[in-house]
Design a protein around this ligand. Structure first.
Ligand SMILES: [Zn+2]
Length: 157
């Protein structure tokens, strides 16, 4: 007799193998076999826990990875939409600037036309004034001529 062993079904039994060599580990007393079984259960439980923890860690890691990916994608999307917004704003501003410039040019052209017309009118007025001055001078000359003729006539009389 070789004492006690832990059977494959997880129970402590007295070893009864006689013909063939029993491949299991043997303990001299039932208590020792029980202790060994408890330790085995603890170890198995520990291993299971570790496996569970590792599985949890793996799934947490994959969730974090997915979240990271999502965050990066969101950041990229935000940056892209921000850029397109800035571009839109810039184009709008450019169009406004062009419109304003065109309006200013139009106003300048109008003002230039007004100034030209005023200048023309002024020149016309000056010409007319000159003409009437010349006319006046002619009149005065004519009057002086007449006066001098009358003077001569008075002198000869
Ligand atoms: Zn045995």
């Amino acid at each position: 007799m070789r004492g006690y062993h832990v059977s494959k079904d997880g129970k402590v039994r007295k070893c009864t193998a006689t013909k063939q060599e029993c491949p299991l580990q043997h303990y001299p007393t039932r208590e020792q076999a029980n202790n060994a079984l408890e330790k085995l259960n603890r170890d198995e439980h520990g291993l299971l826990s570790q496996m569970k923890i590792k599985t949890n860690l793996d799934s947490v890691e994959s969730v974090v990875k997915d979240e990271k990916k999502e965050i990066v994608e969101n950041l990229l999307n935000n940056a892209e939409s921000r850029l397109s917004e800035i571009e839109k704003h810039r184009k709008k501003k450019e169009a406004q600037d062009r419109k304003l410039q065109a309006q200013q040019l139009k106003e300048l052209a109008t003002m230039s036309n007004i100034l030209k017309k005023e200048q023309k009118d002024k020149e016309k007025l000056i010409k007319q004034q000159k003409k009437s001055q010349i006319q006046e001078l002619d009149n005065i000359e004519q009057l002086m001529k007449i006066a001098s003729q009358q003077e001569q006539q008075v002198a000869y009389a």
